[in-house]
Design a binder for this molecule. Structure first.
Ligand code: SF4
Length: 712
């Protein structure tokens, strides 16, 4: 391999400000086309309205793009931010970065929340957010050196191709003997050849002496990164303490951090064991509750699911501290050491695999009809290092497999590949093809929406059937939960601003496992507050897992267990202690509502964000096929009889499928009506003038977008 060199193309000195109450009070702008670098102020209004993190990102992105901007236009911006609470080393889950951009997958606004040290190091280096526009003609490394107070743009030569090697090399190169001071953002060859590229954010694991990776997976942000000609972003910072954010009330911060940290340490071993198995514990629970996607979301459980359960991954994961940010006591970012792939360029070599998490196990395992944990680990490794979103890879291959099994596509289209469910060799072959942009893998790497178009246009496949079974909405592939039996999760997916990703409204657990929201009204209400509360974590630079993936011992006895109010109260105290802005639990929701509503209007600006865009495929709502209906015949017959008062005796299954579909689709539309009304939106899903005025986001450019859509 060629020797790595970095030729400086631009150097920019700056003065690092003191961090004040969680803010650096400035952002960094980089244009790769003309290599312009600038420092821009953060105004009080920005903090008041957008708070930080995802809010700052969205505001910077809004200013960068027009409604006609496409994902691969130079003016599209890639924005990365921490948040005012980000970088606290004693509060669990306080190191997240939020990435936004116009998505390569959906064409609309995308946000992705990721661990690793980049966001906090960026802030401590002097910037609340980074916005990158333009494109570089040569592979560019943007190096933000917070210690020397300089930003450099380098031309990179001789870099390896895969993300884990790039991160390791650049950590060593820029670390100057202190690898813990470095965080790298990079992607891999898959991002260049597909529309589902992810970003890998690194942190240095001192105990294991290696760079570790977390992914900003959704919506092709890695593809935007690659299209901009970015080889890597690197930030360098040293020394993180509880005072690094210069909090308004240090002793209050220490007190509340101690409470939440202790709660996590005491309760996690009694509840989900995330500090030893991460989110892998969900496999068994989802399977038990008929919610684990099997064979392209046709079924919700499988007798072989135990082969990929919690105990199996507990045995595979390397033991040790696995916090993706300093001091996270939930410490759920596990990995597999000395894994030896059986395929691809690393075949036969020992590698470290960061993961898998539940989504990859379900997406690249059960949803493909494969129940082999080592296969999932291999898929995980290559997805990450190729820079591919493992959710979109899993859901995309599952769709292609169902199309193959039902004869919509054949070996004539797949390059001779047998894509039957359960075929491990073919799934791996597709993944390797995505990395090179060759063969049928290049088609699958376009994502489900474009596959439907290609299969219909070029192969003559039935578009109506594919619309029912192709698990995408707004152009984004579904994450890995069966929503057929959970109206709340149907709304959680369909009404999510960026597309069907559970990080906005993960209601499946509350609805199906805990039964905390049994009525139609309670589901609609949950679809109001849950996304708002989840949004708040993105504004502040926090991980959402310590909120409700571990709960206080007495949570079930509280009046609103779904909200985990003790933790919410602690978060309000945390926010007050760092920023000095006194906040009560209800204030957190109010902060989020401004940004959430703004993001909906941003989608509208980009040509999306109306009722029609909240449509989901019928497979997310009910059984598409006779076979699916009959796999749960007792349940569906019972619902038709008990809920809809229908006599099912003597009816053909095909007819019952049709009747159930009509009823369920009507119910989903009624849910949309109820949620829009609760959110202060029109029947077409557009925020009203009263709503934007109430929220204080009635800027002239916002009103202009609303007016263009008939809201004036
Ligand atoms: S809970 Fe897990 S994902 Fe969240 S910050 Fe901690 S280690 Fe990272």
């Amino acid at each position: 391999m060629a020797t790595f060199t970095a030729r400086e193309m631009k150097r920019f000195g700056y003065e690092k400000p003191l961090i004040e109450k969680g803010y650096a009070n400035q952002t960094l702008y980089v244009n790769l086309s003309d290599r312009d670098i600038a420092v821009r102020p953060v105004t009080e209004q920005m903090k008041e309205v957008f708070v930080g993190g995802k809010g700052f990102d969205l505001w910077l992105l809004w200013q960068a793009v027009r409604g006609s901007t496409r994902w691969n236009d130079p003016e599209n911006a890639l924005c990365i931010a921490s948040g005012p609470l980000g970088g606290t080393p004693i509060y669990p889950g306080s190191g997240k970065s939020i990435v936004t951009s116009i998505s390569a997958t959906t064409g609309s606004v995308m946000d992705s929340n990721v661990g690793g040290y980049f966001g906090p190091y960026l802030k401590f280096s002097g910037f609340d957010a980074l916005a990158i526009q333009g494109k570089s003609k040569v592979p560019a490394i943007v190096f933000i050196d917070g210690i020397e107070q300089r930003v450099h743009i380098f031309e990179a030569a001789g870099l390896p191709g895969e993300a884990h090697e790039i991160s390791a090399l650049l950590t060593d190169y820029f670390g100057g003997g202190e690898p813990k001071d470095i965080s790298v953002v990079t992607t891999g060859p898959g991002a260049r050849h597909t529309l589902i590229g992810c970003l890998n954010f690194s942190w240095y694991d001192q105990a294991r002496s290696r760079s570790r990776l977390k992914q900003a997976g959704r919506g092709g942000v890695g593809t935007v990164f690659a299209d901009k000609g970015i080889a890597a972003l690197v930030v360098r910072w040293h020394t993180v303490t509880v005072s690094s954010n210069n909090p308004a009330d240090l002793s209050a911060l220490k007190k509340v951090a101690r409470l939440h940290s202790r709660d996590v340490v005491e309760q996690d071993p009694k509840q989900n064991h995330m500090s030893s198995v991460g989110t892998a514990h969900l496999v068994t629970i989802m399977n038990d509750y008929d919610l684990l996607p099997v064979r392209n979301y046709r079924y919700g459980s499988h007798p072989d699911a135990a082969a990929m359960g919690e105990d199996v991954f507990r045995g595979l994961f390397d033991k040790g501290f696995d916090g993706c940010w300093i001091g996270c006591t939930l410490s759920c970012a596990h990995g597999v050491k000395d894994f030896v792939p059986v395929s691809g360029p690393y075949k036969g070599q020992k590698v470290f695999v960061d993961g898998p998490e539940y989504e990859t196990i379900a997406g690249c395992g059960s949803n493909l009809g494969i129940f082999d944990p080592l296969f999932v680990v291999e898929m995980n490794f290559y997805c990450d290092t190729y820079g591919l979103d493992s959710i979109s890879v899993g859901t995309g291959i599952a769709f292609a497999m169902e199309c193959f099994e039902t004869g919509l596509i054949t070996t004539a289209h797949t390059g001779g590949m047998d894509l039957s469910f359960g075929n491990r060799e073919s799934a791996l072959a597709l993944l390797h093809q995505m990395a090179t942009g060759e063969g049928f893998g290049a088609v699958v790497g376009q994502g489900v929406r474009r596959m439907k178009e290609i299969f219909s246009r070029d192969y003559g496949a039935d578009l109506a059937v594919m619309s029912d079974i192709g698990m995408e909405a707004k152009g984004l592939e579904f994450s890995e939960y069966m929503s057929k039996e959970s109206l709340a999760q149907q709304g959680g997916y369909g009404l999510a601003l960026k597309g069907p990703q559970h990080d906005e409204a993960w209601l499946i657990f509350l609805d199906m496992v805990h039964n905390f929201i049994p009525t139609f009204e309670s589901k609609a209400e949950a679809l109001h507050w849950f996304p708002l509360f989840r949004t708040w974590f993105g504004l502040c630079g926090l991980c959402k897992l310590p909120w409700n993936d571990v709960t206080p011992a007495d949570n079930k006895e509280t009046p609103e267990p779904a909200k985990v109010m003790k933790h919410v109260e602690w978060y309000a105290q945390y926010f007050s202690a760092v920023t000095g802005r006194k906040a009560l639990p209800e204030d957190l929701i109010a902060m989020s509502e401004k940004v959430y509503t703004f993001q909906r209007i941003f989608s509208l600006k980009m040509g999306f964000g109306r009722r029609v865009h909240d449509t989901i495929p019928y497979r997310a709502v009910g059984p598409v096929t006779v076979d699916e209906y009959e796999s749960r015949a007792d349940r569906y017959d019972g619902q038709l009889k008990d809920i809809y008062n229908l006599d099912v005796e003597g009816k053909e299954t095909r007819e019952k499928v049709r009747i159930l579909r009509r009823l369920r689709e009507e119910r989903y539309e009624r849910l949309k009506d109820a949620v829009y009304e609760r959110r202060g939106w029109t029947e077409d899903g557009i925020p009203t003038l009263d709503t934007v005025r109430r929220l204080g986001i009635d800027f002239p450019e916002v009103l202009e977008v609303l007016k263009a859509h008939g809201v004036a």
